[in-house]
Design a protein around this ligand. Structure first.
Ligand code: KG4
Ligand code: ZN
Length: 373
């Protein structure tokens, strides 16, 4: 079967067309078309994503992206009903005005070509984003080998730990009580004069600091000033808090006064260390308690090579300490799939379709900015 997937939850207009074939051992996916039109350069000017601008850009980009995908897949628009079985569309969480643009297109195509729609949760998409590899094909095993899975979802709007006993069976075991970790990266970046999105910018400075390639001269501040708290690290639950960490950076900057490049690098590194220490500590705790076999890290922040390094190292330590009698596999999305894309929506859409979660009752499909897993 072929699935057309649409993703417009934030600042990327994305459409993918995927062919899925299932045999006794695995489910095979072939990417026929996959396009993303990013609005980052437009939002950069404002230092963040503005819903009304995102909506305007999605409306402008969607028909162009659709055309491109159909051309790539060598499917004529008039043949959509003959070639495609269903449309998957992100209905939340995200910015509602942005979500609606994708939903409206899905509904237009659905009524024109008499196709059902599968509403997809954006976060479920991020979970599946670890499967696409470098080429045009990839597969997912049908057996239970991967389970139980723990997912750490880290993006601009979310920070949550989700326990997965089987596909489609999600249990949120912890989440942020205030800011999402990506949001904290973006805000701290802005405080030290870095552009949006702040995560990769902080990451760059932090890695320069770690490589120790620059002279370690502190003009006005001394090193002891650049230490940050690890909020909620030892709390009994699996929740997080990043707002206090962000405020601690604000006070630190105020106390230091002039921010030299060296100090900015030190702040970036300490902030990244603090955030990733808390994330990895709670993730390992959950792996032990829930006897997890596979760890999936998804969402925009999973683009961080430092996060990947920290998680892989912590898993190794856990393994060496023989706390777990079996090996735990860690999966991060491949290049190009850490951020928002429609391929992940197509994969999640396929499983939802198989679970009969599709509909032709278009009135029932609505955007829900706060949709939860
Ligand atoms: O999943 P995503 O593309 O959009 C949302 O659904 O939010 O995530 C975007 C977030 C932004 O906050 C961005 O700063 C963060 O992911 N991000 C990173 C890195 N790359 C992107 N955060 C830390 N380190 C990175 N390398
Ligand atoms: Zn996302």
């Amino acid at each position: 079967m072929k699935i057309l997937a649409i993703e417009t939850s934030c600042d990327e207009t994305a459409i993918a067309l995927v062919e899925v074939k299932k045999d006794s051992k695995s489910t095979k996916f072939k990417i026929l078309g996959n396009e993303i039109s990013s609005q980052i350069d437009i939002h950069k000017e404002y230092g963040g994503v503005f819903p009304a601008i995102a909506k305007r850009e999605h409306i402008k980009n969607l028909p162009l992206v659709l055309k491109k995908v159909l051309r790539e897949a060598k499917i004529k628009e008039k043949d959509i009903d003959k070639k495609i079985s269903t449309i998957a569309v992100t209905t939340g969480p995200g910015l509602e005005p942005a979500l609606w643009t994708g939903i409206v297109l899905a509904k237009e195509l659905s009524s024109k070509y008499k196709l059902p729609i599968v509403p997809v949760n954006h976060m479920e998409g991020h979970i599946f984003s670890i499967f696409p590899k470098k080429g045009k094909t990839f597969s997912i095993k049908n057996d239970k080998e991967l389970f139980p899975i723990l997912t750490l979802l880290v993006s601009g709007g979310h920070t949550e730990l989700v326990f997965i006993k089987n596909w489609m069976k999600y249990k949120k075991i912890g989440q942020t009580r205030d800011d999402a970790v990506g949001e904290a990266f973006d805000k701290v970046a802005r405080m030290i004069g870095l552009p949006y999105p702040g995560g990769p910018e902080i990451g760059k400075l932090a890695s320069i600091e770690r490589e120790n390639v620059v002279p370690r001269i502190l003009a006005h501040a001394d090193i002891s000033q650049i230490t940050l708290p690890r909020p909620m690290m030892y709390s009994k639950d699996y929740d997080f808090s990043f707002s206090g960490l962000k405020t601690a950076v604000l006070y630190m900057i105020r106390d230091i006064g002039e921010l030299t490049d060296v100090i900015k690098r030190k702040i970036a590194k300490e902030f990244e260390d603090a955030a990733f220490e808390v994330l990895s500590y709670k993730t390992m705790k959950a792996i032990k308690e829930y006897k997890i076999k596979t760890l999936i890290v998804g969402g925009g922040v999973s683009a961080s090579l430092q996060l990947k390094k920290v998680m892989t190292q912590k898993i190794k330590e856990l393994q060496q300490s023989k706390v777990l009698p079996y090996s735990v596999k860690v999966h991060f999305p491949g290049r190009g799939y850490t951020g928002d894309n429609a391929l992940m929506i197509a994969i999640a859409g396929y499983y939802q379709y198989k679970n009969k979660k599709y509909t032709t009752k278009l009135g029932s499909i609505k955007a829900n900015g706060n949709l939860s897993l």
